[in-house]
Design a protein around this ligand. Structure first.
Ligand code: NAD
Ligand code: 6OD
Length: 489
């Protein structure tokens, strides 16, 4: 049986306490995961401190950038192993993992190496009375040992999105991937080892959240900053732990994202785009649109086209190129999504497509599948329109005016993303700027330039990462102010 070990201070470390890694396609056991106890997490944090104080934290920016390029190259050299591990852990189609998850895992290291090399320092001249002046400049320093806690939906992509900028700034990291998806994180540790990352700069600990490695990281007084991607409720628990030691936090949390489709949209492109925006990764992307508003004159034809496409989604084996959608991540998450399917009916929704569990007549029947689903007819106040479901489902409803749809789209405690479909350029700017979200896409969705700010408002998170925003979170700035007098002495 394959073993996923912890990686601490440059060595792979076993644990006596192990749990199973499950393939969600058919419920089979893929590997055993070695759960890190508190002592193991503490030793990872101590190793991280030594690396910041005496090795990695003392390297120059160009040395760090060169190392990050080597990491990217090595991920690409082992592309097929990463692909297999990601698919085994998540069941996502190879057509997705091979163009999004794994390439982006490597790209994160290249992009943050480039951002680091091109980042400039702030400098201000301050004129003083009597002719003297002062020069101010900022010095960027590592913040220390960064705790990284990541989710299961885009495992390598979302882990490296934090690891790369944290290492770029000279920090060490102690990362904990989701207990559901330890595979690519363990391969990343092998990559770090192979490229010669100094011991202790990159540490990996496996385990769960409460009373396990996640909590041991977030409650440790020796972690200097925490960056977390996951559910809003978990973010709230981690925030309480971080508050005890007044630690910087960066949170990318849940969403209840709106899509707004105007009658003047390019119809075919909009239907294609919305299929991605709702069903990519079985709807398990924080940016997915679960609330779809369609201008009334287009409503019937849009819903008919969307429903037809959803009925045709092929639920298949991940390595089959015809597969359009995979399973959900776990039995627990499948049960949560099915509970929302039942709630939708209970709230009086009309189920236009799906709403059940598919039957395959083969090993997949032991996996964690649900049907892709479209519902309609609920008020905006229904729980299914308020709470994040994180599955392959959307609610469609008509709207009449631009002002009405802006108000309804913004009527949520989340504030992550919106996608707007129109060919009217004035409306595109007006509506996208009116959205109370961190990310507004027009005629597109999940189109990412990694230098741009990423994050959300309200229950969707705290802070922005991406490009320089990441460098600012992962570093301490010292302003140096030098007074220069006119006399020569
Ligand atoms: P989750 O919050 O259950 O778990 C995320 C990570 O936190 C896991 O590694 C888990 O072990 C750990 N964890 C859980 N409880 C903890 C605790 N008390 N202390 C410390 N660590 C703890 O989230 P998930 O189910 O893995 O991911 C799905 C959620 O993540 C959805 O809500 C989704 O919207 C959100 N998400 C947000 C973004 C974003 O960028 N905004 C991206 C991806 C996923
Ligand atoms: O693309 C990104 O940078 C990012 N953080 C994506 C998050 C997706 C959420 O599921």
């Amino acid at each position: 049986m394959k073993q996923f070990r912890n990686y601490i201070d440059g060595r792979f470390v076993e644990s006596d306490h192990r749990f199973n890694d499950i393939n969600p396609v058919d419920g089979s056991v893929i590997a055993q995961i070695h759960e890190a106890d508190r002592a193991a997490v503490d030793s990872a944090i101590a190793a991280g401190r030594r690396a910041v104080d005496s090795t990695w934290g003392k390297t120059s920016a160009s040395e760090r950038a060169a190392m990050l390029y080597r990491v990217a190259d090595e991920i690409e050299r082992r592309f097929d192993e990463f692909l297999e591990a990601e698919i085994n852990d998540t069941g996502k189609p190879v057509t997705m993992a091979s163009v999004i998850d794994i390439p982006r895992g490597a790209a994160n290291f290249r992009v943050f190496a480039d951002v680091l090399k091109t980042a400039s320092q702030e400098s201000f001249r301050t004129d003083l009375p009597g002719g003297a002046h002062a020069i101010n400049y900022t010095v960027r320093k590592p913040i220390g040992v960064v705790g990284i806690i990541s989710p299961w939906n885009l495992p390598l992509l979302l882990l490296t999105w934090k690891v790369a900028p944290a290492l770029a700034c000279g920090n060490s990291v102690v990362c904990k991937p989701s207990e559901e998806t330890p595979g690519t994180a363990t391969l990343l540790a092998e990559v770090m080892h192979a490229v010669g990352m100094p011991a202790g700069a990159f540490n990996l600990v496996h385990g769960f959240g409460p009373d396990s490695a996640g909590e041991f990281i977030s409650t440790s007084p020796d972690i200097d900053a925490i960056t977390f991607t996951g559910e809003s409720r978990t973010g709230s628990a981690i925030m309480r732990s971080a508050a005890a030691h007044v630690k910087p936090i960066s949170f990318e949390l849940g969403g209840k994202n709106a899509a707004i489709i105007f009658a003047d949209c390019d119809f075919e492109k909009t239907v294609d785009g919305m299929m991605r925006a709702i069903y990519l990764n079985s709807g398990q992307v924080c940016l997915c649109a679960e609330r779809v508003f369609v201008e009334r004159s287009l409503y019937e034809s849009f819903v008919a086209a969307l429903s037809g496409r959803v009925r045709a989604i092929a639920l298949g084996w991940p390595n089959d190129k015809a597969t359009g959608m995979g399973p959900l991540i776990s039995a627990e998450h499948r049960d949560k999504v099915l509970a929302y399917y039942a709630l939708a009916r209970g709230e009086g929704a009309e189920v236009l497509v799906g709403g059940g569990v598919p039957s395959f007549g083969d090993a997949r029947d032991a996996g964690f599948w649900v049907e892709p689903t479209v519902i309609a007819g609920l008020p905006d106040s229904a729980r299914c329109n308020i709470e994040e479901i994180f599955g392959p489902i959307c609610h469609v409803s008509p709207f009449d005016t631009e002002a009405e749809v802006i108000r309804r789209a913004n009527d949520t405690r989340y504030g992550l993303a919106a996608t707007i479909w129109t060919t009217n350029v004035n409306r595109a700017h007006r509506v996208s700027q009116a959205m109370k979200v961190g990310l507004a896409w027009v005629n597109s969705w999940f189109l990412r330039d990694l230098r741009t700010p990423f994050g959300g408002n309200g229950l969707s998170g705290i802070g922005r990462e991406g490009g320089l925003h990441s460098l600012n979170f992962y570093s301490e700035l010292t302003n140096v102010c030098i007074r220069i007098d006119e006399d020569a002495t």
